[in-house]
Design a protein. Sequence first.
Length: 401
Amino acid sequence: MPIYSHSQLSTYETCPHQYKLAYIDKIEAETEGIEAFMGSRVHEALEKLYRDLKVTKLNPLEELLNFYHQGWEKNWNDRIQIVRKDFNAEDYLRLGKKCITDYYKRYYPFDQGKTLGIEEYVYFPLEEEKGYWIRGFIDRVTLVDSSILEIHDYKTSNRLPSAAEAKSDRQLALYQMGVGGKWQGVQEVRLIWHYLTFDAEIHSSRTPGELHQLREATLELIRRIETDRQFLPKEGPLCAWCDYQGFCPKRKHLIAVGSLPPNEYLHEEGVILVNRYAELKERKRILNEEIDTELAKVEEALYAYARSEGIDAIFGSDHAAKIKIETKEKYPLKGDPSRRALDELIKKAGKWMEVSDLNPWMLARVIGRGGWPPSLANKVRAFCSSEESRSITVSKLKEKE
């Protein structure tokens, strides 16, 4: 039976190709971002805090931080990548320590409710007829006042979402479906995100109707996944943090040449071709700009010559240039502040249908024919502005026989 998780669904939304590599081809990731590594270590420390509390052991903050440091050293490996080059591993180590310290001080002595589950596994049918199931792990489940169930999730991301974004979050709402009926006497379910880097809480809740809408939207997403035959890569701001860049057609060349020594890098065939192509494109752009500038100067000279000589055709040795200079009446378009007043004037005069719903071109034509009373025409012309239209048409002269 098809089993999905929130992270699996989110991966597809972020990049279908990444989804294919991870969940269909089951390729092991080549790297792990330090943000995810730090988040895992913080989660482990908070998990220890609440597991020990269940047997009435309250860890001092220093002991919890020691556990965090030990986990960091034990799990650190060469596959961990740091994308933001202005930060190093020590910076992230300190950030994780700050997350734990802020959390500890905020909730000490951790008596806000009774902990029912830590890393609580949920597994439930999204649609039993087709056999779609959802699974996941809840960071912590707490019971408050014997009737309020709280679903807690720890986040170490460096972005704090808005309340509206939290309201549309799928993860904890799916978990709410998963815990429904698991504990007796629950009258209310609260969804709580702990954004640890900001020392902030965000609360939300879901009505039965909202959960139904989420169920339908999730089923539709699953149908999209199961009917996808291409799983095309989708570029976005998170590409630099992707653990599958070495397998991605849009990124693997970057990864392949990124680790080359400077001398080898400059002699790599793809690098040479792109550098040459970019160089030629830039030369073409500069040349086009120079030509456009010179062309504009000659055009102005042609217009000036035609005016001074009173002619509309200028002949060269092999080509002739036809010069067209005319002044057109221009009436306000829709969106112009004065357009509404002009509309009212035409309607009151009973001339609305003659100008095709106040088509500016038709209006200029009707006024030009002189069929309207002079007083009305003068009022309409008050809305008119002049616009000069110019063009040059060059044609090759016929060869003399």
